[in-house]
Design a binder for this molecule. Sequence first.
Ligand code: ZN
Length: 271
Amino acid sequence: MTGVCVGFPGLINHKDGNVIKSSQLVWEDVPLLRILEEQLAFSVLIDNELNLRAYAEGFLPKIKHHSMAVIGFGSGVGSALMIGDQIHKGYLNSAGEIGHTIVDTNGILCTCGNFGCLQTYIAESFLVQEASKKSNAQSLHKIISATEKGYKWAENILSRAITYASITVNSCVCMYNPERVILTGEMIEQFLHVRDRILQESRNKIWSPLSDSTSIEVSQLGEKGVVLGASMYSQREYINHLSTEKGWFNRITPISGFQKSRNRIVGGMMF
Ligand SMILES: [Zn+2]
């Protein structure tokens, strides 16, 4: 048996593998599982990429924990909550979409149609949109370069994003009371001084009764995190599916993975 597991940035109906919505890829109601199974002739699993990363973050370091929240800052803002060895998926597999919590009803128009969603203050496309009022910076990298050259507008945009990122961490801690918080995403992994500022401001902002008992960490898995999580998830599902069959263990070989299109679609394979 060969299977493919795909980590996808967006809302996935985990019962039928349909993409409900992906703001990053501007997809809506796409039967992705059916399309991939027809094209690949493999069994396919699909889940939100942050959910899959949480599997890898939770299992690979072999750290025993009660609960863990993974928060991603990049093209969007999202989170995944792991309690024990289970991902909390919610009724429609959309738990953790913290980027669309509303923080300012008079704020910027979000891709979802609401004003003032949290991600409009942190996600790269919105920062670029804000920067366009003062420059032609087309990426987070360009905005950060402008901060290093002393441009006030750039520092204001970045400082606000860091503040909202730290507010996100505090919100997750207040809502879920996780033992560990793992930060990931392009903003964390590609810009180390931004990462350090987010870490410091997050630790300062955490609700004081929980500040000593909550560990805030940075992902050590980098871009491989989703691939590894996809591989682990697919093996786990395979084992769950076949655990009553004799000899299933001998058919599993070590993890392999592939990655495509700048971490937008990633997957793990199992043979
Ligand atoms: Zn929104």
